[in-house]
Design a binder for this molecule. Sequence first.
Ligand code: MN
Length: 249
Amino acid sequence: MSMIEGNGGIYSVTSNGEVDKPFKIFVGYDPREDLAYEVCRHSIFKRSSIPVEVSPIIQSNLRKNGLYWRERGHLESTEFSFSRFLTPHLANYEGWAMFVDCDFLYLADIKELRDLIDDKYAIMCVQHDYTPKETTKMDGAVQTVYPRKNWSSMVLYNCGHPKNKLLTPEVVNTQTGAFLHRFQWLEDDEIGSIPYVWNFLEGHNKVIESDATTFPKAIHYTRGGPWFDTWKHCEFADLWFKEMEEYMK
Ligand SMILES: [Mn+2]
């Protein structure tokens, strides 16, 4: 098997010359967090043993292409608060695709995550039971508390699942935050569960040294990461800076 690079992804070519379809990953992009996006992307590619295609979800591009037109609400802490739900549409309602916030740092092979996929579900995510202590996040944006908080920050979408056909651009642009972030187009048993280490919340989830199953596979700097001055001493900041230095080289 050989690897070729192109079109934003790394593809593998099998011995008979067929190209494996890469696993599609959409990363929420915010201009204030460009470096976070680059480091997140780097951390995925570096460890992946499968072909992956990483695409940023950039609100200004979606607006130009007529896929996004909703007005920005005062509770939206990032530019991808709602646009993330376009993931099945952006993947042409085919196969599985992942959405992830840009404030993640991957420490494990994305293949391990992809191998957890079960076609019986419409989506799969880490089902946090979580109430944040902070009332503000990142650079002062208001922190809101709601059921299923943080579930939508990393989601594996079964884009070809009939239920996800409901997530049209029209719905994404008009539905409430509650409807979208709580996955109200789905029944509870259509939502699969992924171990929390794949969306390990910095400042909330804890590592137990004697238990390797608690070691993060993807750190989520949900309060704000080291790329913000206020958070440069947060937990796992050293890992992020190390990754950033590697990306810069
Ligand atoms: Mn986040």
